[in-house]
Design a protein around this ligand. Structure first.
Ligand SMILES: [Zn+2]
Length: 165
């Protein structure tokens, strides 16, 4: 099977992108307990080794850039509240801004020409289909007790049509 992310290389089973989604939450209250029923769907998006490692690098680049945003915010606070001498927060802000731009650039370049995880979570046909059926990402409903799903706008084909291998 072809990798969904690059459309070029062959997908490999050990590099497949997996995501769990749940939906059709139905909560019933009985005098003694609350029963919650829901469906979980396991979606596998075919992926090659190359796209997998690109996604890992892109993830870490994103983490580092978020840390740099926080570092930059602290540098600005330090400047405004005069916590440190000017040269310290100046250097600090410069480093944070430089690393932020660098990691964003790395992320941009590494994901060039392939689809990102974020795109998969929006546009992959099977995920899109489940999102339209009001499924959400995750393994189980949040909150206790979880709320029942309101009837979904999309026509629900009620069955789980067993297409997941
Ligand atoms: Zn690929």
């Amino acid at each position: 099977m072809r990798c969904w992310f690059c459309d070029v290389r062959d997908a490999e089973t050990e590099h497949v992108y997996q995501v769990e989604m749940y939906g059709d939450v139905d909560t019933r209250k009985t005098p003694s307990q609350t029963q919650v029923a829901y469906n979980v769907r396991h979606v596998e998006v075919p992926r090659c080794a190359d796209c997998h490692s690109r996604h890992v690098i892109a993830f870490y680049a994103l983490v580092i850039s978020l840390i740099m945003v926080i570092a930059l915010a602290f540098a600005i606070l330090a400047a405004v509240l005069s916590w440190t001498p000017q040269w310290i927060w100046g250097l600090w802000a410069g480093l944070a801004a430089g690393l932020l731009l660098g990691t964003l650039l790395i992320r941009f370049l590494i994901l060039k020409g392939i689809r990102s995880i974020h795109q998969a979570r929006i546009t992959h046909p099977e995920i899109k289909d489940l999102l339209e059926k009001c499924y959400r990402f995750g393994r189980r409903p949040k909150g206790s007790p979880p709320k029942s799903d309101k009837p979904c706008d999309a026509p629900s084909d009620q069955d789980a049509s067993g297409t997941v291998p």
